[in-house]
Design a protein around this ligand. Structure first.
Ligand code: GDP
Ligand code: IMO
Ligand code: MG
Length: 425
């Protein structure tokens, strides 16, 4: 059975958690393939809002298996808190949650290094979530990392202490002023590892391969967004993993020819949290309205998200790299009340040239978005249950996007709740 992928096409927070939750009833396995607790995936149903960081977004469905793949980096302390937060919901974690032996562990000192590295950058800082993501992936590719499978071995603590010692030396290099109490951080860390040990730790690539052969349906859940991809994003203002489709192959051990549908998810406008280029960013009342109505605050850090009009140049780039087969548009409801809606269709460079391709330096001086303008809609969309009730101008916006992006929009979301999801025929 083929695997489907769901991934963000912008700078994250597109609404991946919500849609994975909605789609889970059609899948047997939901698998996270990259990133770590820098992710904050929000789900809303029965009047309750849940934010997941490490645990896949299918966890509330009784039948689905949720797998944390080898490409993910896990902070045991955050993981334990997540599990604890979900205790009231009677989830059978022993049978429903699997963790790859090959997933890497975020150590307390990785978090310290993240903070010190960011602080040392001054104005050039990335705006990291400071969850230790960069340093952990550095140790992974540097072949120094500690993996979940290691904690099942008896002598792994030596490895831990050597690595942590090295990190402390690196902290000296940064000359940082961050204060910390490593002893208490380590206490919490080792206690939290016991929670991980009590979960099913598996050879996830083997599990997935067997599941595929047994005809199980698998949905791979991306974290972050394509424009935060370590290779194709707005480097260096990116995260440290491959957030694009190829990341699902390496992050789960899925062969490329086993991937069928690639669901690309985007907001009807654009947001970004953290620093880095954002050609369509708005600094005016329109941007403030999007932030306010869309409640654009980071699910992980609570920081304000920067807002702007939809960027078709960036979206086309993401669609191409990921091989997106169908689109899902979120938060159209937030744009209700705008007299006109703008969509960036090209960039004008400082030398007057126009580009349709997302450029190497999307933060180049003088780069200006060129907009097409469409009529807005004033109706509230949040109670609409069928596309036939969409206002005409909203329908036109959808049609316009499908034409520009050359890809069908199959889901339109009109609110944060599970139920506010409209499947398009
Ligand atoms: P993720 O990281 O991609 O899972 O997205 P986040 O959860 O970080 O951010 C998306 C936010 O938008 C969350 O607060 C969701 O509850 C909310 N949301 C999702 N879809 C919609 C929608 O269609 N309309 C509105 N108004 N909010 C939505
Ligand atoms: P979800 O899965 C939005 C951003 C950070 C920062 C940059 C690097 O919820 O969409 P990192 O912590 O990885 O070192 O931060 O990436 N970032 C996200 N922005 N949504 C996310 O995840 C993000 N995860 C990281 O703000 O700019
Ligand atoms: Mg998020």
């Amino acid at each position: 059975m083929a695997v489907d992928l769901l991934l963000g096409l912008q700078w994250g927070d597109e609404g991946k958690g919500k849609i994975v939750d909605v789609l889970t009833k059609s899948y047997d396995i939901i698998a996270r393939f990259q990133g770590g607790p820098n992710a904050g995936h929000t789900l809303e149903f029965d009047g309750i809002k849940h934010v997941l960081h490490t645990i896949p977004s299918g966890i509330f469905h009784p039948s689905a298996i949720n797998l944390i793949g080898n490409g993910v980096v896990i902070d045991p302390v955050i993981f334990r808190k997540e599990i604890k937060g979900l205790m009231p919901y009677n989830i059978d974690f022993n049978t429903k949650l699997l963790i790859s032996k090959k997933a890497h562990i975020i150590l307390p000192t990785h978090r310290l290094l993240d903070a010190a590295s960011e602080a040392s950058k001054g104005k050039a800082k990335i705006g990291s979530t400071l969850k230790g993501i960069g340093p952990t992936y550095m140790d992974k590719t540097g072949r120094n990392g500690i993996r979940i499978g290691d904690i099942l071995l008896t002598d792994w603590k030596n490895k831990y202490h050597l690595l942590s010692k090295k990190h402390l030396k690196m902290l000296d290099y940064f000359n940082s002023e961050i204060e910390f109490d490593l002893k208490s951080m380590e206490k919490e860390f080792f206690e939290s590892l016991e929670v991980i040990k009590s979960c099913q730790i598996v050879d996830s690539e083997e599990y997935i391969s067997k599941a595929q052969k047994a005809g199980k349906k698998i949905l791979a859940e991306g974290a972050q967004g394509s424009l935060l991809d370590i290779d194709f994003g707005t480097y260096p203002y990116v995260t440290s993993s491959n957030t694009t489709a190829a990341g699902a192959c390496t992050g789960l051990g899925i062969a490329p020819n086993k991937i069928k549908n690639v669901f690309g998810i985007f907001k009807a406008y654009t947001t970004r949290v953290g620093r880095g280029p954002f050609p369509t960013e708005l600094f005016d009342e329109s941007g403030k309205t999007m932030a306010k109505v869309g409640n654009e605050f980071g699910s992980t850090t609570g920081r304000s998200r920067r807002c702007g009009w939809i960027d078709l140049v960036a979206l086309k780039y993401s669609i191409e790299i990921n091989g997106v087969t169908q689109l899902m548009m979120m938060k159209g409801d937030v744009l209700s009340g705008f007299k006109n809606i703008k969509a960036c269709s090209s960039y004008e460079m400082e030398n007057g040239e126009t580009t349709l391709f997302f450029p190497y330096d999307s933060g180049a001086k003088g780069l200006k978005p060129v907009y097409k303008e469409l009529k807005g809609w004033s109706e509230d969309l949040t109670k609409i249950t069928d596309e036939k009730y969409f206002p005409e101008t909203f329908k036109e916006y959808i049609k316009f996007l499908e034409k520009e992006l050359e890809t069908p929009i199959k889901i339109v979301s009109v609110g944060p709740d599970r139920k506010q999801t409209i499947f398009i025929n």
